[in-house]
Design a protein around this ligand. Structure first.
Ligand code: OXD
Ligand code: MN
Length: 637
């Protein structure tokens, strides 16, 4: 397909000496921002692409690049009737997920990255990356993607520029962020932006054919320079390694910006919860933000269909929240900086998440799922019975008897948030939505009850700081292997987590206590002694949300009687949790709500160990909370 015919004049070919000149004249049609123009020129010199393409975010551009990828074998177009305007893509089997051990934070001082990040000396890393990127785009097109994280022009939004040599990245960024010329208009002549440089790391020789998924696993580096707001990613084309707006900018770089500027960049979903029409005491909707470790059903919760009649959940975001105190009302306002969902496909079904299923009926990209014989997609649990024949994500014939998974466990769909049938109408409100409650969700088979209300902001931050997933099912009284993931930010905090906790504590002073969101810890994953889940989860989680609604809506329900204070925090008072028509084992509620004082006491040494790694940067407020918890537990025994 002759490239220059498709896009109206903003694409040009390298023809020897005139490359720099051509690039300059095209670039100036897009922007007069001197910093941006200079950076792009430097990167063209460094990476030496054959073609430079300034992205305008148009449908024409998306369609052109999709068609290009069909031609090169990266994409297969799905059946136009079954899955309109959608594409199927298989990555290299060595490039299927975020690579945390190849992810680096390069602050000047190692103590600013902290013990939970891979720190590297920035000067040494720049030198290494310079060598890797040198000539890395030869034979390829360099795409310049101007994108906004958050509604364009929102006071909470930020601008990034990603330079990449992957058309797959461009198409995914079209869906996951807001790409286009209007971003450059907002950037203006002297606005600043987060620089992101990305290459799959496979330069092409003259006659060398490309592979369907070029990548360079041996040289993978996902590198962040939080002090200069820069990202450099080499060798991987997959997900969070390559779509730099998501984890790299919106969490790792943005968390450092948020610390410096006094706001919060969090790994949180945002949902709108509306009580039934005609409820005599419950009237207004509330907005809830929630942090859960990766693969704990955040997308499902954000799009949930409540099991309680009349209650409604609508989605503002499913993965990331940027939150700022709004001077006009003193409340914490949140935006979803993303424009799409990059959701885990396996497990998504009409039972677990019908709204996600409706979102992906068209206009979507499916990566590393399985392909059906009639040009559609399938993954484990999508339907109760698998199709009789598939091509699996590794391009092999697959039958239900094959005895192996057809889709990769981290297979993904990329789809626009605006396609979601339960997207909240205000999801793009530039002011954001006021948050009434923050959920920290662990994945705990034992000890931790279904829901705990924090005793104060500081106690809530403490509960977030000890969030954990339990790997193995607990036998009676025993705790499985715990992986602490404070605020679900362990892989995503761009600076020292001790300082991050201190920042959270400081944010509690940014407004009056009555304006602060109330913090809760939830745990949908308690198991019984036989290893079976005690709580049904999914739509029944609305029962917990309803209780939270009543707890935060002062005057709307009888607050004092809905909560019982305990050693570990506030629990629903007897009868306060709506269990109407709940199908659950007779003893389950007792277990889900039990205060296991001895179990918590047994865990204190583990919390101390977890806290010890943060050294002197662990804020005193969290030490105080630990001491206070121990005292309350001993008293309770
Ligand atoms: C994600 C993750 O992909 O948290 O959202 O890993
Ligand atoms: Mn996530």
């Amino acid at each position: 397909m002759p490239y220059t015919k498709i896009i109206g004049g903003e694409v040009f070919r390298h023809d020897g000496a005139s490359l720099a000149e051509q690039q300059r004249s095209v670039a100036q049609k897009f922007t007069r921002n001197a910093r941006l123009l200079q950076w792009v020129e430097e990167m063209v010199d460094l990476c030496r692409p054959d073609i430079v393409h300034w992205c305008d975010g148009s449908t024409l551009e998306y369609d052109f690049l999709s068609a290009l990828m069909v031609e090169t074998g990266t994409y297969i177009k799905l059946d136009e009737v079954k899955r309109p305007n959608s594409y199927f893509c298989r990555s290299d089997p060595a490039d299927v997920a975020r690579v945390e051990d190849r992810t680096f934070i390069c602050s000047q001082r190692p103590e600013d990255a902290g013990p939970t990040n891979n720190w590297r000396n920035p000067a040494e890393m720049r030198h290494l990356l310079h060598n890797l990127f040198e000539g890395s785009m030869q034979g390829r097109t360099m795409y310049i993607i101007p994108y906004s994280m958050g509604p364009i022009g929102s006071p909470i939004a930020k601008i990034g520029i990603e330079i990449t040599d992957s058309p797959y990245v461009v198409c995914n960024m079209h869906i996951m962020t807001r790409v286009g010329r209007n971003v450059l208009e907002v950037l203006g002549d002297d606005g600043d932006f987060c620089r992101g440089l990305h290459s799959v790391g496979v330069p092409l020789g003259k006659e060398q054919p490309d592979s369907a998924w070029p990548c360079n696993p041996a040289s993978r580096h996902i590198v962040h320079f939080p002090e200069t707001r820069e990202i450099m990613s080499f060798g991987s084309g997959y997900g969070g390694n390559a779509l730099l707006g998501k984890k790299c900018f919106a969490l790792r770089i943005a968390s450092a910006m948020a610390r410096d500027e006094g706001w919060l960049a969090e790994h949180m979903l945002i949902l709108k919860l509306t009580p039934p029409a005609g409820d005599p005491v419950r009237k207004d909707p509330i907005y809830v933000a929630g942090a859960f470790p990766s693969a704990c059903g955040k997308t499902n919760l954000a799009m949930m269909t409540p099991a309680l009649p009349g209650w409604k959940v609508e989605t503002v975001g499913d993965d990331i929240a940027w939150m700022k105190f709004d001077p006009s009302d003193g409340r914490l306002h949140a935006i979803n900086p993303e424009a799409g969902f990059f959701g885990v496909a396996p497990g998504t079904s009409m039972t677990s998440n019908p709204n996600a299923m409706a979102t992906i009926t068209a206009d979507s990209i499916f990566t590393n799922v399985a392909l059906t014989g009639d040009g559609d997609v399938w993954w484990e649990e999508m339907t109760p019975t698998p199709p009789p024949y598939l091509v699996d994500w590794l391009r092999r014939h697959w039958h239900p008897e094959s005895g192996r998974k057809a889709a990769h466990a981290n297979a993904r769909f990329t789809t626009r948030a605006s396609r979601c049938p339960v997207i909240a109408p205000e999801w793009e409100d530039p002011r954001g939505v006021p948050i009434s409650a923050i959920l920290f969700g662990g994945r705990r088979a034992s000890v931790v009850p279904l829901v705990i209300e924090s005793l104060s902001w500081q106690h809530g931050v403490f509960l977030g700081s000890i969030m954990a997933s339990e790997k193995t099912a607990a036998a009676a009284g025993k705790v499985g292997v715990l992986r602490r993931d404070p605020m679900a930010m362990l892989p995503f905090c761009g600076y020292h987590m001790g300082d991050y906790f201190a920042h959270w504590l400081k944010m509690g002073q940014a407004t009056t206590p009555d304006k602060l969101p109330r913090i809760f810890h939830v745990n949908w994953f308690r198991k019984d002694a036989q290893g079976k889940f005690l709580w049904p989860g999914y739509g029944d989680n609305a029962r917990v949300l309803k209780w939270i609604y009543d707890r935060v809506q002062a005057g709307k329900a009888d607050k004092a009687e809905s909560m019982t204070p305990t050693a570990i925090g506030g629990l629903p008072a007897p009868g306060a949790l709506d269990l109407s028509d709940l199908n659950i084992a007779p003893d389950a509620m007792g277990e889900l709500m039990a205060i296991n004082a001895q179990g918590w006491l047994n865990e204190l040494p583990l919390i101390r160990e977890h806290f010890a790694q943060f050294g002197s940067q662990l804020p005193q407020g969290l030490r105080d909370e630990l001491v206070a918890l121990e005292q309350r537990l001993r008293k309770a025994l």
